[in-house]
Design a protein around this ligand. Structure first.
Ligand code: ATP
Ligand SMILES: Cc1cn([C@H]2C[C@H](O)[C@@H](COP(=O)(O)O)O2)c(=O)[nH]c1=O
Length: 700
């Protein structure tokens, strides 16, 4: 099963922040992001207050209208703005953007005070204009960051920028909740404020944008030449990048399952944003409660992304992904049913954790699945869909809640308050659970390293036990078994030859061999299997024929040599069966694993060297006509390559993955270095026969 990758490097973060211009820009970004999130909360709450006397549907529409207005411009207007933004000076675009946003946000409470009849309309207009300004500001910021940071630290700089973009959300929500809890005091001090906490939040917001503008004005951001045709950043044209990236993301069941699961988890969060303000009002909690719920979702997400894979690091990532989407759905389902503010906050935190784990794991797995060439396009597609889904979920949820309305249902002597928002939360939660199940099945369909089952694995992961370790057995022979694996033309035969010669020179008895075709039966099977005339061989028959070769090879050649204490080096072994027949032919990997374990008498190599090269490069190295397997499609060979890599990732101690596009000499050196650490020091030719675990010394 695929396991979690190690996270983060705090030293690198410190190194980037030690660069003064970047640190200043980062502080300014933190202030702008904080202001942005604070404005979202303040505007939603003002929209609810301005429509307090209107029908339920109007109230929901006003509140969700704020969300739509804040998110939709980036989807619809980004291509147009990206072309214009590239022509402008980056520093002054950012400064002007911050100043304009400060003025727009401050104008909202002022217009509410001076022209109360126009308050809601101006709120929506100003929010829209602020978003259009942000569309110019964002590409300028994205382009400015790399000019302040050396290339080797740019990844970390990007990560820090992303951290403040989303990490400020819970901070803003808590700040808003704190302002709301002193709302009465603020109202008493300044009676002219319509909604003290929202008004103060917007003034504070204006101040933060102004400070951000002053900081950016002093930064040494170099002037740039606009790109030809006025192109903006690569994913600025959101709709186009979604369209071009759809194949990269959804090429396999795994990719489709991941995208589906991540989007439904996000839709669960979007639903809370869309109906949350009026839902908590129904629970008697108002703005402070809304701030808490908002903070809970985002803090939960951050927690899930950072801590989830660490806590359950022995758990299969694919399984953990499916489970976390289901957790998000269930939490939403229950949060719609409960009528208690504290429970609602707990459940929305859980929702955030589920969505955060799913998003963190899902993006990592999708990136791996798409591979180097398609990773950027697949992620651009995902991010585009995420924005659309967030807007749609918030808007549709609010609309549906408004249509359903609120009712007091008599239940015996009591009444149950059935709110439209509660019904929507439950319905979306239920849909999310069903989609989580579909996604779980798709994502885990062809996991070449699936563990023993969800529940035993979960229990073992919580206890910190690695089930795969239990399966490791003590070696039963004194020899050493080394396997070279990889796709077509990766250079396996070349390296088997080279390693064999080198080890013999060191005095080891070495048996260089291969699959299929090392025994008499094997040679016949090889002829059958690789002959292009035999296109009628069915996938299951193919598995059994390769397995027959393995059974014969292990019993007749490999085991006897290992028992003698020799070093056996095989060109291909069991991983080829899992990769070619499992992933390539799309057969159940656990069934293939069962067959090959039986055929090989559970013999596991001491070391597997995976020579990794793209199928295009590997196949182009081969001379002569392609055999039956070599002539399979590039997609087939690509699945094989990914499967090899996944197998290696699962058990890094037993694998050495080598970039096989490197020159032969360099590859040989890398292999020797690893093999040297595996074998004992050779004894000189005159010494006695070696016993125990040490391979015997060649006698001739
Ligand atoms: N690192 C390398 N860079 C470039 N060419 C290489 C490299 N290693 C091997 N080759 C060449 O690639 C061709 C295929 O090499 P080799 O037969 O060792 O690959 P293989 O993985 O055993 O192929 P097969 O899929 O047929 O088993 C040979 O011509 C070999 O000389
Ligand atoms: C062992 C094994 C091999 N194959 C495939 C992989 C190759 O296309 C050929 C073997 O030929 P080569 O000399 O290594 O190129 O057979 C497979 O599909 N399954 C297996 O288990």
């Amino acid at each position: 099963m695929s396991r979690s990758a190690p996270l983060g490097a705090p030293d690198e973060a410190r190194n980037v922040l030690a660069i003064t211009p970047f640190r200043r820009l980062w502080i300014s970004l933190t202030l702008s992001s904080l202001g942005d999130w604070l404005s979202l909360l303040a505007l939603m709450s003002l929209a609810a207050i301005f429509t307090a006397d209107s029908a339920t549907l109007v109230r929901y529409l006003a509140v969700s209208g704020v969300v739509v207005i804040k998110l939709a411009p980036s989807i619809v207007l980004s291509p147009l703005v990206a072309a214009l933004a590239d022509r402008l000076d980056r520093r002054w675009t950012m400064v002007a953007g911050d100043v304009l946003r400060a003025l727009l946000y401050v104008s909202i409470p002022l217009v509410g005070l001076l022209f109360p009849g126009f308050a809601l309309e101006w709120l929506l207009i100003a929010a829209f204009l602020a978003e259009v300004v942000e569309l110019f500001w964002t590409p300028a910021k994205d382009a400015a960051v790399p000019t302040l940071v050396p290339r080797r630290l740019q990844r970390e700089a990007g990560r820090l920028c992303l951290l403040v973009s989303y990490g400020t959300a819970p901070v803003a929500a808590l700040l808003f909740a704190a302002l709301a809890s002193v709302g009465n005091l603020l109202g008493a001090l300044v009676p002219s404020l319509a909604s003290p906490e929202a008004d103060v939040a917007l003034y504070l917001n204006g101040l933060m944008f102004l400070v951000a503008a002053i900081v950016v004005a002093g930064l040494p951001i170099p002037k740039h030449k606009p790109a030809k045709g006025g192109a903006g950043t690569r994913d600025a044209d959101l709709l186009r990048s979604m369209w071009t990236g759809r194949r990269a993301a959804g090429a396999s069941p795994l990719g489709r399952g991941l995208v589906l699961g991540m989007l439904v988890a996000l839709a669960a969060g979007g639903t809370v944003v869309g109906v949350g303000r009026l839902h908590v009002e129904g629970l008697g909690a108002g703005n402070a409660g809304f701030g808490v719920v908002f903070a809970a979702v985002f803090a939960g997400m951050a927690l899930g992304m950072l801590a989830g894979p660490r806590v359950l690091k022995k758990f299969s990532r694919r399984r953990l992904f499916g489970v976390s989407v289901a957790v998000a759905g269930l939490a939403l389902l229950f949060s719609g049913a409960v009528a208690d503010m504290v429970l609602t906050a707990v459940l929305t935190t859980l929702l955030g954790v589920g969505a955060g784990v799913a998003w963190g794991l899902g993006t990592a797995l999708l990136g791996e699945e798409a591979g180097d060439e398609d990773r950027d396009r697949a992620l651009a597609f995902l991010h585009g869909c995420a924005r659309v889904v967030l807007v749609a979920a918030a808007a549709v949820a609010a609309l549906a809640a408004g249509f359903i309305g609120d009712y007091a249902l008599p239940v015996g002597p009591l009444t149950y308050d059935l709110r439209g928002s509660g019904v929507v939360l439950m319905a979306v939660g239920l849909i999310a659970v069903v989609v989580a199940w579909v996604s779980y099945r798709q994502v885990n369909r062809d996991d070449p390293e699936a563990g023993p089952g969800l529940v035993p694995e979960l229990v073992a992961a919580l206890r910190g036990v690695d089930l795969t370790e239990d399966q490791e057995e003590e070696p039963e022979h004194p020899g050493a078994f080394i396997v070279l694996e990889g796709g077509e033309g990766a250079g396996k035969s070349t390296q088997v030859r080279e390693l064999t010669v080198w080890l013999r020179e060191q005095g080891f008895e070495v048996v260089g061999t291969r699959q299929p075709g090392a025994t008499k039966l094997g040679m016949r099977l090889r002829g059958l299997l690789l002959d292009r005339e035999n296109s009628h061989i069915t996938p299951r028959a193919e598995v059994l024929l390769y397995a027959a070769d393995k059974a014969d090879h292990v019993e007749q050649e490999i085991l006897p040599a290992l028992r003698r204490g020799a070093v056996v080096i095989s060109d291909r072994y069991v991983d080829s069966l899992l990769a070619y027949q499992g992933a390539g032919r799309d057969l159940a990997p656990d069934e293939i694993r069962g067959i090959s374990d039986w055929a090989t008498q559970d013999l596991v190599p001491d070391l597997t060297v995976l020579l990794d090269v793209s199928p295009e490069a590997g196949l182009s190295r081969l001379g002569g006509p392609a055999d039956r397997i070599e002539s399979e499609s590039l997609e087939f060979h690509d699945r094989v390559r990914k499967s090899f890599l996944a197998l290696a990732k699962r058990d890094p101690e037993r694998y050495l993955v080598v970039d096989a596009s490197e020159p032969q000499g360099r590859i040989s050196k890398e292999i020797r270095r690893r093999v040297r650490s595996l074998l004992p020091d050779p004894v000189d030719a005159g010494s006695e026969a070696v016993t125990g675990m040490i391979p015997v010394i060649k006698s001739d």
